[in-house]
Design a protein around this ligand. Structure first.
Ligand code: SF4
Length: 360
């Protein structure tokens, strides 16, 4: 069910079997080109692959030239209400535009943006958002299906379908689509239905997911469920936080569904009454030591287990490459592929581990 169609945002391929990419959005005033560029650099360093910037007025559109000349990432301009801003952004050289055809003032304006994007060879992202559905659509869908979440999902599908079909009328098919709700279940239902009807690449996200604790869980449920189904080509974890936090969460979601292989993954037991060491502290110290040693990507990829006791530890962590399991006297058994290599102090075990992960 992965999208058959492929679009390109700068050098990043989306859909058609390309790896799922990570997006975020700057939170600076776009008119401040240097602050926005600094934000983009921070996102890029964190692992973001595509960045979206809000373009609310002509001054913001004018800043795009400088932002684009400095940005290490492809830039998508986010436009509402005024189609001339989309035209200005395209003229400035953005790599994609996000518009809502329903709010930029009629067919003629949509056609003008489609023609300009077509000439520039860039895609358009359209999308439906549960907060801004066309008037009366939700009521119409509510009359067709009983469940409230089904009605909202159906309304999102109908709104997004209308946008894709409108661009299609103008001969513009380089279209990526998003169907977003702040409700993870609605988001999943809507994207499942849409992906069965249209081949367009899908941008996934649970919109306005909230502060990080709840927002990450909601996003993991919504985005993760769809990715497990093979639906989705690019993702954004929308958090009420520094955008850089979105990238770490996005990476973990992609790793958890097997869309990316983690370079260094610590798996650790939940601890129980058999634990012989402070597993939480040990796992945290190991995470810090590995992160410091791998600051420049110097270590080999591996899965490392941290277990509280040797009774079940090595067995429970057979899938790990290396591991430690607490044993009497505050020491740990060091093991490789479930095979014990002896008993060591924590710092001896850490040295062994770093030596084992060092590149030859
Ligand atoms: Fe309990 Fe040992 Fe399993 Fe950890 S590894 S959960 S301490 S039995």
């Amino acid at each position: 069910m992965a999208s058959e169609m492929k679009v390109r945002i700068g050098g990043v391929e989306i859909g058609g079997g390309a790896p799922v990419s990570i997006q975020s959005m700057t939170d600076t005033d776009t008119r401040d080109a240097s602050a926005t560029t600094a934000g983009i650099r921070a996102l890029s360093a964190a692992g973001c692959e595509i960045v979206r910037v809000a373009v609310p007025d002509e001054a913001a559109a004018a800043a795009l030239t400088e932002i684009l000349s400095e940005s290490p990432l492809p830039v998508v301009a986010d436009i509402h209400f005024d189609h001339t801003l989309a035209l200005s952004a395209i003229a400035a050289g953005v790599h994609g535009v996000r518009i809502n055809p329903g709010n930029i003032g009629g067919r003629g304006n949509v056609r003008a943006v489609a023609e300009a994007a077509g000439e520039a060879g860039i895609p358009i992202r359209v999308g439906a958002n549960s907060g801004s559905l066309p008037k009366g659509l939700l009521e119409k869908c509510s009359a067709e299906v009983a469940l409230e979440s089904d009605a909202m999902a159906l309304a999102l599908v109908e709104a997004a379908s209308a946008e894709v079909e409108l661009l299609d009328e103008f001969g513009f098919r380089d279209v990526k689509v998003s169907l977003k709700s702040s409700d993870a279940v609605v988001t999943v239902k809507a994207n499942r239905v849409f992906s069965e009807r249209f081949p367009n690449p899908l941008h996934l996200g649970v919109t306005e997911a909230g502060l990080p604790e709840r927002g990450v869980v909601k996003s993991a449920v919504g985005i993760g469920s769809l990715l497990v189904d093979g639906i989705g080509d690019t993702i954004r974890v929308s958090l009420t936080a520094d955008p850089v936090e979105e990238i770490a969460a996005a990476k973990l979601i992609l790793e958890s569904v097997g869309a990316r292989v983690p370079r260094l993954e610590i798996i650790s037991c939940p601890t129980c009454g058999r634990k012989e060491v402070d597993v939480v502290g040990l796992a945290e110290r190991m995470e810090r030591a590995l992160r410091a040693a791998d600051a420049s990507g110097d270590l080999k990829s591996a899965r490392i287990a941290v277990m509280g006791c040797p009774v079940n530890g090595p067995g429970e962590a057979k899938a790990a490459d290396y591991g430690v399991a607490g044993t009497s006297g505050g020491k740990v058994v060091f093991f490789e592929k479930g095979r014990s290599l002896g008993v060591f102090t924590e710092s001896e075990a850490m040295d062994r581990l770093l030596a084992a992960l060092g590149r030859d």
